[in-house]
Design a protein around this ligand. Structure first.
Ligand SMILES: NC(=O)c1ccc[n+]([C@@H]2O[C@H](COP(=O)([O-])OP(=O)(O)OC[C@H]3O[C@@H](n4cnc5c(N)ncnc54)[C@H](OP(=O)(O)O)[C@@H]3O)[C@@H](O)[C@H]2O)c1
Length: 396
């Protein structure tokens, strides 16, 4: 019998207990022994199927030598960071879905895990149930990863899908997402791109091998997106999607989150509702895309339990899950070149005076057009000069 503990019995923590119970036969067949949840750390005791396992005393987990793996599904940094460090110090493997903790403290926690000869795994922290970190670090290990980008937040993708399909404004689509339980009461982390930004940092850390500090990564969400631009883009053969993007550059690496126009025949443009997708560009593989449910109780729990099984089956030295603390070489994404979409007050003549030839998407009292590739810095200067109503990147 292999015993584990779960810290935090919310959506994902409950899912972890359910997956272990529902799939006990398959799990036992693969591990050669039954897997059992021995303890569940909670703040408040609640009635339910796990009442007997609950404790609010972390030392009951820390000091129990029978508990070999701890699943952290508390979220945030404070308590989760403290307990994760103590569990690793006590020689236990830790598995988590907590992207904030991994993005901010992952490097330190991985180093501690290595010193204690245990594992710290976090497949569920990016893309929920979609296996992406494991393929990125193992199956694509023979590649130089040049770029990773993706739709990394299901809530914002649902909102954007509703704006396109029903013509709802951002505010109405957000209210609908909240009604359906896809968006939190406080949706800031989702709609302002912070959640996608943390996941982008983890992807960049693993793809490029150096710490990308979330504080350096510009995170622009969709709260300032106008329905008008969604409609103009749609008529012109583009969809607007919130992308997290990490790029290898000759002089370092860069990362950011922002809404992008994507041509409608691009596979990313057709990722709809709460689905997520991640595109990885390897120098040998070319483009590889991962697609699936990026959140939710059971998909996220599936990734956590698979990590639990992995730490129990393989050696603790997972050297490919690693990156250096050295954050040198982070290039301001304003230096990156992209085509840009502008909507400006006034006629095409005004746009032409600034840009020369442009691809016009809509003309009238306002003009919407696409530019040739320019840097983010140049785009910003044009946007200010032309008093642009909208200025968005175009993918590709
Ligand atoms: N939900 C998803 O679909 C999803 C997907 C991917 C990743 N994640 C990540 O997974 C983590 C958990 O998310 P979630 O959606 O499961 O959150 P959640 O439903 O809010 O669950 C968190 C649980 O942790 C408990 N908790 C908080 N502080 C604690 C402490 N000091 N000691 C013990 N328990 C404590 C909370 O207890 P109370 O009930 O008392 O507040 C709550 O039950 C987060 O990092 C999240 O970003 C979630």
């Amino acid at each position: 019998m292999i015993q584990i503990a779960i810290m935090g019995l919310g959506t994902v923590g409950t899912g972890v207990a359910k997956v272990i119970a529902e799939n006990s036969r398959q799990i036992e067949r693969k591990l050669g022994e039954p897997l059992q949840v021995k303890r569940v750390l909670v703040r408040r005791f609640k009635d339910g199927p796990y009442r007997q396992l609950m404790t609010d005393d972390f030392t009951k987990i820390e000091e129990d030598d029978d508990i070999r793996v701890v699943v952290e599904t508390i979220g945030g940094v404070d308590a989760a960071y403290e307990y994760t460090k103590r569990a690793l110090m006590a020689g236990k493997h830790v598995v988590t879905a907590n992207k904030q903790l991994v993005a901010e403290k992952g490097c330190e926690l991985l180093a501690l895990a290595r010193r204690k000869n245990v594992s710290y795994l976090f497949e569920a922290s990016v893309g929920g149930g979609i296996p992406v970190l494991h393929p990125l670090t193992q199956c694509m290990a023979a590649n130089r990863i040049d770029e990773v980008y993706g739709i990394l937040n299901g809530t914002t993708n649902y909102i954007l899908t509703r704006m396109v399909r029903t013509g709802a404004s951002f505010a109405d689509a957000l209210a609908e997402a909240q009604e359906k339980g896809y968006a939190e009461a406080d949706p800031t982390a989702d709609v302002e791109g912070i959640d996608a930004g943390r996941k982008t940092c983890i992807l960049a850390d693993l793809a490029f091998g150096h710490q990308v500090d979330p504080d350096n990564v510009p995170m622009e969400g969709i709260s300032k997106l106008y329905l008008e631009d969604v409609k103009i883009a749609e008529r012109g053969g583009y969809r607007i999607k919130l992308l997290g993007r990490a790029v290898r550059l000759p002089n370092g690496r860069s990362a950011y989150v922002a809404p992008h126009l994507i041509q409608e025949d691009h596979p990313m443009a057709n990722v709809e509702d709460v689905f997520n997708a991640v595109m990885v560009k390897g120098n040998a593989t070319g483009d590889v895309m991962f697609y699936g449910r990026g959140a939710g109780e059971m998909p996220t729990a599936s990734a956590c339990v698979s990590d639990v099984m992995e730490v129990l089956q393989s050696s603790a030295r997972r050297d490919e899950i690693n990156w250096s603390e050295d954050g040198e070489g982070f290039v301001d994404p304003a230096e990156l070149k992209n085509r840009y979409y502008f909507r400006i007050p006034g006629s095409l003549t005004i746009a032409a005076a600034d840009f020369g030839e442009v691809e016009v998407l809509s003309e009238g009292s306002e003009t919407a057009f696409l530019t040739e590739p320019i840097t983010g810095r140049e785009a910003q200067a044009h946007a200010e000069r032309l008093r642009a109503i909208a200025c968005l990147r175009v993918l590709g």
